[in-house]
Design a protein around this ligand. Structure first.
Ligand code: ZN
Ligand code: ZN
Length: 247
């Protein structure tokens, strides 16, 4: 194929948002994605059940009303922080996080609709690999301190945050779908999950706003505070330079 023909296909793919390339995880990564995706609902339910029972025994169940928004907003913040870090620092050649984090986020800017071709395991598995050990540690901590109400409250907030983080890529995928399901659209219209028009701003020059991709609730505040620009300035002060800044 001639170079000009290849360039023509590449620019055609870029305008459609699909690369046309299928990439698959290696055998170990794929095994971890599958097993942790199966384990995640179990450890999540155990955390909620144990921590909820403890709050009930201590007559502190009302704290769940605080833990729910805290967990959801915390998940949105983590999504923004990780997304910004992958967009702005490091390189695709770095060990482990290069191919699993930096590369997907950067390719996503060139081919934003590739995410729509990913199945459930590919969409959520990577986050489950991190979430399952962390939630297992929460269970262990509750076993060590069985009477702590503060720990039970923290664990419920943390488990909800982990669930929001695991669901983030699914919400992000819905935001790029040409025809999302009626259920996804219903959630998007109520801003319970990432709304496509809101997310479009991140994919528009200069590509430096709206990093949060769970539901984007924190984006207006973080944009107004210039949070990520200030964070970049603070890191630059310590000698950590951006490698892919839009500026
Ligand atoms: Zn991005
Ligand atoms: Zn996107």
């Amino acid at each position: 194929m001639s170079v000009s023909a290849r360039n023509e296909i590449s620019s055609r793919n870029q305008s459609s948002g699909y690369s046309g390339i299928e990439e698959h995880s290696g055998p170990l990564h794929s095994f971890l994605e599958h097993t942790t995706l199966l384990l995640f609902p179990i450890v999540f339910a155990l955390n909620i059940h144990w921590a909820g029972s403890r709050l009930y025994e201590l007559e502190l169940l009302w704290l769940v009303a605080l833990a729910v928004p805290l967990g959801i907003v915390g998940g949105d913040f983590i999504s923004g922080l990780v997304h910004w870090a992958a967009d702005t620092y490091g390189s695709e050649d770095m060990r482990v996080i290069g191919p699993s984090l930096v590369k997907p986020f950067r390719l996503h800017h060139i081919y934003p609709r590739d995410i729509c071709t990913h199945g459930l395991v590919e969409t959520t598995g990577n986050v489950c690999i991190l979430a399952v050990p962390v939630l297992s540690l929460c269970l262990y901590l509750m076993w060590l301190a069985p009477h702590s109400g503060l720990l039970a409250f923290s664990v419920i907030s943390f488990a909800l945050m982990a669930a929001a983080t695991v669901a983030t890529n699914q919400f992000h995928k819905w935001a790029h779908q040409e025809t999302p399901s009626a259920f996804a659209r219903w959630l998007q219209q109520r801003r319970l999950v990432l709304e496509p028009e809101h997310h479009k701003r991140h994919h528009t020059k200069p590509f430096d706003t709206n990093y949060c991709i769970t539901n984007g609730w924190l984006n207006p505040l973080l944009n107004r505070l210039k949070f990520f620009r200030r964070l970049e300035a603070a890191l630059a002060f310590f000698g950590i330079k951006t490698t892919n800044s839009p500026h």
